[in-house]
Design a protein around this ligand. Structure first.
Ligand SMILES: [Zn+2]
Length: 390
């Protein structure tokens, strides 16, 4: 068996209503000084209120930083670090979607270590130590609570990342009740993103693709595929919401150790330039990238996709060999996005045909992802994929 390493969050708490009892789960004492990193919508909805009340009742000192935006900027991160330092916090609690969790990870690192962020960008460059770190996701998609990555927007549109096991949190607390009120389009897009994480992790060409990641990806797809429609159309269904949150976390564990590839690489220019949410960006290119990968029979992608088909879509017709099953799998994924009410063409989200060449050039900057793709992608290939998706 090929050697591999597997990192994940050491303690995972999964319970409906857990956020209202967070002080007990985290063994909070009056000596704890917490910075809660979140966004204005979470605060306006009162979603963090039970958690804050629990922490206050335990006597902790609490500062709330509620300014995280979508695609969080360097300024936002540095502001969060300043607030952490001014209040001498010893524990950072990220509470929200992927953006809040990403800011919390690096705020804990920078406030804990005083290291220079410019030395920490990239893979394995963070030195630490960091402050105590707890992450509470409120969407079922990014899996950020179990990934060692934080993505920050620097300058206009440049996405930079820190990847280090150091920014895996001490605790991930998953409370599916927090996701009950997510609007259908957010549930759909984030849920498809989680499915993409599982699919890309399973088929990743990365040298660390490993049996644990593949097993987690299969179980993730089973949970996500069976529950995404219910979660979108009957948002108050607690069983479906639980399955989605667990599935997105399992997919996160899978791709944290067997990284994603060309679907994400081609999605980034859509999100970066046209401010399309991450999950929708992925959904828009997903079937087209998978068809491109599967068209080259030598790379094994079609075999992987065919293997995933019955897990993602119970009852799918698996007769007739790899090529047919793989084709049905990709068709079902494309149909799923439409069924869930997501836009399905690049032109639907304000992208002009003339924008595609620049996007293809931009996608080539995602070399760290493209190397994991089962099939090589040149700039001309990326452009051809975008044209089919347009
Ligand atoms: Zn993603």
């Amino acid at each position: 068996m090929a050697p591999f390493a597997f990192h994940t969050t050491p303690r995972i708490v999964f319970a409906a209503g857990a956020s209202g009892d967070i002080a007990a789960h985290l063994r909070i004492t009056p000596k704890d000084r917490l910075l809660i990193v979140t966004d204005a919508t979470i605060l306006a909805l009162g979603l963090a209120q039970p958690a804050i009340a629990s922490l206050q009742a335990a006597g902790a000192d609490i500062t709330v930083f509620g300014e995280v935006e979508a695609d969080p900027s360097l300024d936002t991160l540095l502001n969060a670090v300043d607030v952490a330092r001014e209040n001498s916090v010893n524990h950072v609690l990220g509470f929200g979607g992927g953006s809040s969790l990403d800011v919390a990870k690096l705020a804990a690192l920078l406030a804990g270590s005083h290291e220079n962020l410019d030395d920490a960008w990239g893979v394995g460059n963070a030195r630490g130590p960091r402050l105590k770190l707890t992450l509470v996701p409120t969407t079922a998609g990014t899996g950020s609570e179990v990934t060692p990555v934080s993505i920050i927007t620097v300058g206009n549109n440049e996405k930079r990342g820190v990847s280090s096991p150091l920014i895996l949190p001490d605790v991930a607390l998953l409370d599916p009740d927090l996701t009950l009120g997510l609007p259908p389009h957010v549930t759909a897009a984030t849920g498809i993103d989680a499915m993409v994480h599982a699919i890309e992790a399973y088929a990743s060409k990365n040298a660390n693709n490993n049996p644990l990641s593949r097993a987690l990806a299969v179980e993730a797809l089973r949970l996500l595929g069976a529950n995404i429609e219910t979660a979108v159309f009957q948002g108050q269904d607690k069983a479906a919401r639980s399955a989605m949150l667990l599935g997105s976390m399992l997919a996160g564990q899978a791709f944290a150790n067997s990284p994603v590839a060309a679907v994400h690489a081609l999605a980034y220019p859509i999100g970066g330039t046209f401010h399309v949410p991450h999950g929708l960006s992925n959904a828009l290119v997903l079937p087209h990238v998978l068809r491109y990968n599967a068209a080259d029979s030598m790379n094994g992608a079609a075999t992987h996709y065919a293997a995933l088909a019955p897990h993602a879509f119970a009852g799918i017709d698996v007769s007739g060999g790899v090529e047919l099953v793989c084709g049905r799998f990709i068709d079902r994924l494309a149909g799923l996005s439409a069924k869930l009410g997501l836009q399905t063409r690049l032109r639907d989200v304000g992208i002009g045909e003339g924008d595609l060449p620049a996007m293809a050039a931009d996608a080539m900057k995602q070399g760290r992802l493209l190397v994991n793709n089962p099939r090589d992608v040149t700039e001309a290939d990326a452009l051809a994929i975008y044209r089919t998706a347009w």
